[in-house]
Design a protein around this ligand. Structure first.
Ligand code: FAD
Length: 452
């Protein structure tokens, strides 16, 4: 058994704590979206003294934040598009239940996104993006732990690291560029033999030949519990939570407003758009072109899996994960690009359980609950966090892809800084809304749109 791993906080570099924090009142904020990002923004705005209204078409309902894998994946500091990825993509696409799928009917809509994704992986952008990801991920525990403590989730975070496992002894060597790049950004990496791996996770079968332990990673009890507890806490502490579909965000003579489907208009000093994979529609009405796609993921949660894992396990050769949640063992992954309207294909969930059985021979496959959700994916794997180009009073917080749970509380803090005109402790230019293009010519036709 390997002993002595430091499970201390993620000491990744880059984050500078802001030096000032002032409590302000008199500001009202509408947050569009009650996923982990919107709720985290609402938490911070409320803490800073704002009057907060959260609007969601289904505040308690299913969403990416409710069914994800539950990993606090602070060590994921590389973009999805890295040099060499394109050699693997054709094989993945040819496998009907492989880790990557592109629905043919949606492909023409995705050309600009795919082009941008390909460009990211072909050049020096990788280093720049990785530094930006590290700048957020290095502050995650500073932001997440106080939020969890405050709302009653202190016991729901397990700082046990994660285990990446390979089917070959030289698995880590094949990915050495990625691991070296992570090390250079402050990620702690421990190489393990097959025996070390099984000492840590005895449920893993002989197919596993080597592994890597990343102690800074952690996981939570249950993502649904986290959003439920946070939403309930916000409601109990003064936030208004409204059910409604936001059709339009616009400026008024003295602030901002959102128009709901059905005719209601709500006004506030500032609006934050945190509508996950649906955010692009609202941003584009404001003139900001977004490259944002739904990257559908799948999983199955087995309440009585018959095996025990201590920590999240990442199956690197097959691109899926298993997390021991309080609701059962959650086995999931896959990246399916088919737009927001296409129906889920739950054969992917089933295929992942079959794969998991190869690694976890004692796995009981029966009784699993299948789920699927839309990751809000940008081509450069960076979220959009910043002011809209139309007005500093409309702020974006979406596009967190695979890392929304991880980066939610930090995004909330950063948006809090923007709302209250404080300097955030990191360079926000890589997250800018304008990085995908200059402003579109077509703008929202509201007559009072350009007052600010
Ligand atoms: C299979 C899978 C596994 C994942 N695993 C992890 C993980 O281990 N760790 C991690 O950090 N991240 C993980 N993620 C990613 C993470 O779940 C997402 O990045 C995150 O949940 C996005 O949160 P969000 O608040 O932006 O969006 P969502 O959770 O999708 O919430 C958006 C909300 O906006 C509302 N909305 C949208 N449009 C409107 C509108 N016009 N009017 C009103 N309401 C609107 C929706 O109803 C929804 O409630 C995973 C995702 C998937 C799919």
């Amino acid at each position: 058994m390997l002993k002595g791993f430091s499970l201390a906080g993620s000491n990744l570099r880059y984050y500078r704590k802001p030096t000032r924090k002032k409590k302000m009142t008199g500001m009202s904020v509408i947050v569009v979206g009650a996923g982990i990002i919107g709720l985290s923004v609402a938490f911070e705005a409320l803490q800073c003294g704002a009057t907060v209204t959260i609007v969601d078409r289904d505040p308690e309902g299913d969403k990416a934040s409710y069914g994800n894998a539950g990993g606090i994946a602070v060590t994921e500091v590389l973009p999805a598009s890295v040099p060499g990825l394109w050699k693997k993509v054709p094989y993945w696409l040819l496998d009907p239940l492989g880790p990557l799928a592109l629905r043919i009917g949606h492909a023409p809509h995705m050309v600009p996104w795919l082009w941008s994704f390909a460009r990211v992986g072909s050049g020096s952008d990788v280093a720049r993006i990785s530094e930006a990801l590290a700048s957020i991920n290095s502050r995650v525990y500073d932001d997440l732990v106080p939020l969890f403590n405050k709302v009653g989730l202190a016991g729901d975070l397990f700082r046990k690291g994660a285990l990446t496992v390979y089917e070959t002894e030289d698995g880590i060597l094949r990915e050495k560029h990625e691991w070296n790049a992570k090390r250079a950004l402050g990620v702690e990496v421990q190489e393990l033999s097959a025996r070390d791996v099984r000492d840590m996770e005895p449920a893993l079968g002989p197919i596993v030949k080597s592994g890597v332990f990343t102690p800074q990673w952690s996981h939570i009890t249950d993502p649904k519990k986290v959003v439920d507890v946070l939403r309930t806490w916000l409601a109990a502490n003064g936030a208004k939570i409204l059910r409604g579909q936001v059709d339009r965000v616009f400026l008024t003579s003295d602030g901002t407003a959102v128009a709901l489907n059905g005719g209601t208009t709500l006004t506030a000093t500032k609006v934050v758009i945190a509508a996950g994979a649906w955010s692009a529609q609202l941003a584009e009405q404001l003139g900001d072109r977004m490259l944002l796609e739904s990257e559908r993921g799948y999983n199955t949660t087995i309440a009585a899996p018959g095996v025990t894992l201590e920590r999240e396990v990442i199956f690197a050769d097959r691109k899926f994960v298993a997390t021991p949640l309080s609701v059962g063992l959650r086995i999931g992954g896959a990246a399916e690009f088919g737009g927001l309207q296409s129906p889920p294909n739950f054969r992917r969930s089933k295929a992942l359980v079959k794969l998991a059985k190869r690694y976890l021979p004692g796995l009981n496959e029966e009784g699993g609950v299948e789920w699927s959700g839309h990751r809000p994916a940008t081509p450069d794997s960076l979220p959009v966090i910043g002011r809209s180009s139309l007005s500093p009073h409309i702020i974006y917080a979406f596009g967190h892809g695979h890392l929304g749970l991880t980066q939610g509380p930090s995004t909330g803090k950063i948006v809090g800084d923007l709302l209250f005109d404080r300097a955030p402790g990191l360079d926000l230019s890589p997250f800018s809304a304008t990085r995908f293009s200059v402003r579109k010519g077509k703008r929202n036709d509201s007559p009072d749109l350009f007052l600010h």
